[in-house]
Design a protein around this ligand. Structure first.
Ligand code: SF4
Length: 430
């Protein structure tokens, strides 16, 4: 029986999400599926009869945060449903913590229910559209593989229909997501890979921009030239999230990442040669069990050599059931020290970079309400721009950058809605 029918009659349901864009997308789908099944989605946990926790377990820290929230909800006497990666990869742990019967909803079950309706809520003017579940990777440290499994690409027609429906309902930013977007179509016989899919999506009528999610260097390389051509479309943010994980080939081999540092550098150089104004986002894992001090310094050198615009740094933590769990872990203090060093280097580089755009004027698509008032928008390179003015979500305008932090820009708008044609026109003048 589909999970949405597992409740004794219509319920008031509150949802909370941990983790990545794919999980946020799953929550938006869960809301639509539950509503279609006759339940009511409530904003506040206090008004809920049932709370669904859409979980992530990519690191030990996240696992502990999820378990803490579960115990709090239990203490509040709430009926709890656990969805997401932990529900698939750590069932025993959850039944131990929650004691006895607990409704677990895996990512695959969410997709199954979604495929019935292919209806998904919008987050304001943002829509999150999954293009595949699982991946081709065999990364030695990754628990996500256990939760989301082998690559299953969704049919191009489904994705096109989902994007059209979201745009028709007012979406201006489409976040396409997967564990590895550049692996899209490798499991299909129709020859439609990510570049071809992007060409079909950008051919759609409408006023929207696409942000492409995470891409593993190993699956980017075989499609790099076509990908560069597809990203030429003004409807695609020049944002490339390509996790490198380490600057040492020995560590990448131990991680089973299936590419070399030189491959990553080739990808970044090609992206920058084609798009002078773009955002390269990457991830580093520091303190992998086999990582020596010298190999760690290779990551520092790679960071300095490549200057990614956005860097996520994670300390290695052994995940249950992974190959890396069997390796002797490094001392926590060494992992902390390496994380501090790499973070400091990244901070210096990003301050240098963001201050360089102060005083310039960029076209910005307004996509979110600011947490402390004002709005948040994205420029064509998907940089975050905060504007302390009340501007309509989905509008586009020129913004003069007045200051910058290491992670976002702040600006003043010359607001007269230049609409997306204007945004695209402005975008091409950058
Ligand atoms: S590509 Fe590797 S890190 Fe990414 S989800 Fe797959 S196994 Fe995990």
């Amino acid at each position: 029986m589909p999970f949405e029918n597992c409740f004794p009659g219509p319920q008031k349901i509150h949802l909370e999400t941990f983790g990545c864009t794919a999980n946020i997308g799953d929550t938006l789908k869960l809301q639509a599926v539950l509503r279609n099944a006759g339940h009511t989605i409530v904003e506040g946990v206090q008004d809920a009869e049932v709370v669904i926790l859409n979980t992530c377990t990519v690191t030990r820290r996240t696992e502990l945060n999820v378990l803490k929230r579960l115990r709090t909800l239990q203490a509040m006497g709430k009926a709890v449903v656990v969805a997401g990666c932990m529900a698939a990869a750590q069932r025993d742990l959850l039944t131990d913590v929650l004691g006895g019967e607990v409704l677990l909803v895996t990512p695959t079950e969410i997709q199954k229910s979604w495929h019935e309706t292919r209806d998904s809520d919008l987050d304001g003017v943002i829509s999150v559209i999954p293009i595949a579940l699982g991946c081709l990777g065999t990364c030695a440290y990754c628990i996500v593989k256990q939760a989301r499994g082998e690559l299953r690409s969704y049919r191009p027609a489904w994705i096109i229909e989902a994007v059209s429906s979201a745009v028709a309902r007012g979406a201006k930013e489409i976040r396409i997501t997967a564990q590895d977007c550049s692996a899209y179509g490798f499991d299909a016989a129709d020859g439609v890979r990510l570049p071809q899919l992007l060409e079909r999506l950008t051919a759609l009528e409408g006023d929207f921009h696409i942000r492409v999610g995470m891409m593993n260097p190993a699956t980017v390389l075989p499609i790099l030239d076509q990908l560069l051509d597809a990203f030429e479309s003004e409807k695609i943010f020049k944002f490339f999230h390509v996790p490198v994980q380490s600057g040492s080939d020995e560590v990448l081999r131990a991680m089973r990442r299936n590419y070399r540092v030189a491959d990553f550098v080739t990808i970044v150089t090609s992206l920058r040669d084609r798009f002078s104004d773009c955002t390269i986002s990457t991830d580093f894992i520091v303190g992998y069990p086999t990582e020596t001090e010298a190999q760690f310094l290779s990551s520092v050198r790679l960071l300095e050599a490549v200057h990614p615009e956005k860097v996520n740094i994670t300390k290695f933590s052994p995940r249950p059931g992974t190959e890396a769990e069997t390796l002797k872990d490094l001392l926590e203090r060494d992992k902390k020290r390496r994380s501090r060093i790499l973070t400091a280097h990244d901070h210096d580089l990003s301050c240098e970079r963001t201050t360089a755009v102060e005083g310039t004027t960029v076209p910005v698509l307004i996509t979110e309400q600011g947490k402390k008032g004002g709005v948040i928008g994205r420029d064509p390179a998907y940089r975050m721009v905060v504007v302390h003015e009340e501007l309509p979500l989905g509008s586009s305008c020129e913004v003069t950058i007045t200051s910058a932090t290491s992670t976002y820009l702040i600006g003043r708008s010359s607001y007269q809605d230049c609409s997306s044609e204007g945004f695209r026109a402005c975008a091409t003048n950058v």
